[in-house]
Write a protein that binds this ligand. Sequence first.
Ligand code: C2E
Ligand code: CA
Ligand code: CA
Ligand code: CA
Length: 282
Amino acid sequence: AKDAGRNGYAFFAPSMNSDMQAQLGLLGDLRHAVERDQLVLHYQPKFVASADDTPRLAGAEALLRWQHPEQGLLAPATFIALAERSGLIVGIGEWVIDRACAQLHAWQRAGRTDLTMAVNLSPAQFAAPSLPHHVAAALARHAIAPGTLTLEITESMAMRNVEASLAMLDALVALGVRISIDDFGTGYSSLLYLKRLPATELKIDRGFVRDLRRAGEDAAIVTSILALARALELDVVAEGVETREQRQQLVDLGCTYLQGYLLGRPMPADAFADSAGIATKA
Ligand code: C2E
Ligand code: CA
Ligand code: CA
Ligand code: CA
């Protein structure tokens, strides 16, 4: 292809270099992001499924953002993979768990003891033997009832190394936290394996919700995920709910919880408290 030269990359070297330099620069910045206090959590509300326009708030999912000094507020898509490859994600993930627990404690102290918090785990974090220790420490530090914290792992993460995943999940469940299987439907977990997972919840991937149409193929997928969840006594969260039609259909199909722009976008803690009527100032 092209004039690639003998070593195969000569032709593209200049552009690859600048791209690599950009990534290296970003990596350098990311190394300091935690200590310079540039990472922030936004919170997206999760509601008990209902076609009602004032549904009951069940809790929040913490979603990471990076307030970059030059590039502005960065979404995880721009830096999570880099954090994962460099190993920085383990420290960042620890920070996320700590901050999410601190925030949950603040809401609970303000009287909202009914709210739960969900935190996303990355593959490297999930593979680190120190994870249960860090989770236990954060729960204790912020006086969080373990059952109010949910850890979200993706279906593909759970599938990567089945025996190791089951051992890690058992250690986490022993702490009393809940496990949610994120992006469900995008992997290939067998029913047998799913049955062995000590999860309490499945999150239907946004892709299926986006293309929901009455009697469409994705409606059939969502219907079968819900049947599976019912058989295994798991809650089902639909994410990415953007239209009233999707909401109605997901309620009719029997989803337990709804998340999406129709109901609430991810937002900074102050805005979340405002929209939920939580008085966080002591
Ligand atoms: P996810 O866990 O599947 O999170 C849902 C993503 O969908 C979020 O994107 C959220 O803002 C977005 N979303 C929610 N409702 C809607 C909707 O109605 N329409 C559309 N179009 N999008 C919606 P975000 O915040 O950019 O996060 C992307 C991914 O980054 C997350 O996907 C998760 O895999 C990862 N991530 C986020 N925070 C963390 C974190 O603290 N640690 C780790 N390891 N990964 C994280
Ligand atoms: Ca998630
Ligand atoms: Ca998801
Ligand atoms: Ca996703």
